[in-house]
Ligand binder design. Structure first.
Ligand code: G1P
Length: 231
C-alpha cells in the first residue's frame, strides 16, 4: 500500500475529458447547434467551452457568430442542446471510463486519500451513475454547485471545503486551460491531463492515468512543489 504523504490528502477530479471522454459528446451537440445557426465551430475552438456552464457555452457560440438571442430563446436552445447531449450519453457504460482511471481512484482510496468530483456540467451525476463511478467519490459537485465559473476557483474551493482539507493539501486533475488556471489561483496542486504545451500552467501534465501509479504522481508533484510556490 502506498503511504499517502502528510501533505497530499485530497484528490479533486474534473469529469468531462478527465474521467470519461464526454467532451467529444459535448462538442458534437454544440456543433449541431452551431451548424443550425450557421456558426463556424471547428473542434479547436471547443477548448474554449471546456469548463464553462451550459449557458456560458451557448453565449460564446452566439458571440462567435455575431448573433443575438433573447433570454427565453437562449433557454430554449440550451435545452435543445442538452437533449441532444443526453441522447448521446444515454447508453454510456463503465467501459467508457478512460483507461487507468478506475485503478487510480481505487489506489487513492485504499491509501486513505479523499476524492472529489468537481464538474461544471449539470449532467455529471447522470454520467457517474451510468458509468458506475459514484461509489469512488467522497464528494460529488456538479454544475449547480459553484456560482462563479472558472478561472474562478470556487468549484475547487467548495470541493476542498467538503473534503475538509486546505487547497494546498489537494491535487486537482483537469484537462482544460481554464481549469488549470482556476486550480493555480486557488492555491491547489494541479496535474493537467493532455499535452504539456497546451497546459503550461500545470505543475505536471500526463496524457492520462493509464501508466501512472499514485506514488509517481505524488513524487512528481511534491518534488515540483518543493522547488516553487504555487498560487
Ligand atoms: C456544460 C456545458 C459544456 C461544458 C461542460 C464542462 O455541461 O454544456 O459546454 O464543456 O459543462 O464540463 P452541461 O451542464 O450542459 O452538461
Amino acid at each position: 500500500m502506498t503511504d499517502l504523504s502528510e501533505k497530499m490528502k485530497g484528490f479533486v477530479f474534473n469529469l468531462d475529458g478527465v474521467i470519461v471522454d464526454t467532451a467529444k459528446y459535448h462538442y458534437r451537440a454544440w456543433r449541431r447547434l452551431a451548424d443550425e445557426m450557421g456558426v463556424d465551430f471547428p473542434i479547436e475552438q471547443h477548448e474554449q467551452l471546456r469548463s464553462l456552464s451550459r449557458m456560458e457555452s451557448l453565449e460564446k457560440i452566439l458571440e462567435w457568430g455575431g448573433l443575438y438571442m433573447t433570454e427565453a430563446e437562449k433557454l430554449h436552445w440550451a435545452d435543445v442542446k442538452n437533449n441532444w447531449y443526453q441522447g448521446l450519453i444515454a447508453n454510456m457504460s463503465p467501459e467508457e471510463v478512460l483507461p487507468g482511471v478506475l485503478p487510480f481512484l481505487m489506489e487513492v482510496r485504499r491509501s486513505g486519500g479523499r476524492t472529489a468530483l468537481s464538474s461544471a456540467s449539470r449532467n455529471a451525476r447522470a454520467v457517474l451513475a451510468s458509468t458506475q463511478l459514484e461509489p469512488y467519490f467522497d464528494v460529488i459537485l456538479d454544475g449547480s454547485a459553484a456560482r462563479k465559473s472558472k478561472p474562478h476557483p470556487e468549484c475547487f474551493q467548495l470541493a476542498a471545503a467538503a473534503l475538509d482539507l486546505p487547497p494546498a493539501e489537494c491535487i486537482v486533475f483537469d484537462d482544460a486551460v481554464l481549469g488549470v488556471q482556476a486550480a493555480r489561483i486557488g492555491g491547489f496542486h494541479i496535474v493537467g491531463i493532455g499535452n504539456p504545451e497546451d497546459l503550461p500552467a500545470a505543475e505536471l501534465v500526463i496524457s492520462g492515468f493509464e501508466n501512472y501509479r499514485l506514488a509517481d504522481i505524488l513524487e512528481a508533484v511534491e518534488k515540483l512543489a518543493s522547488t516553487e510556490h504555487i498560487g
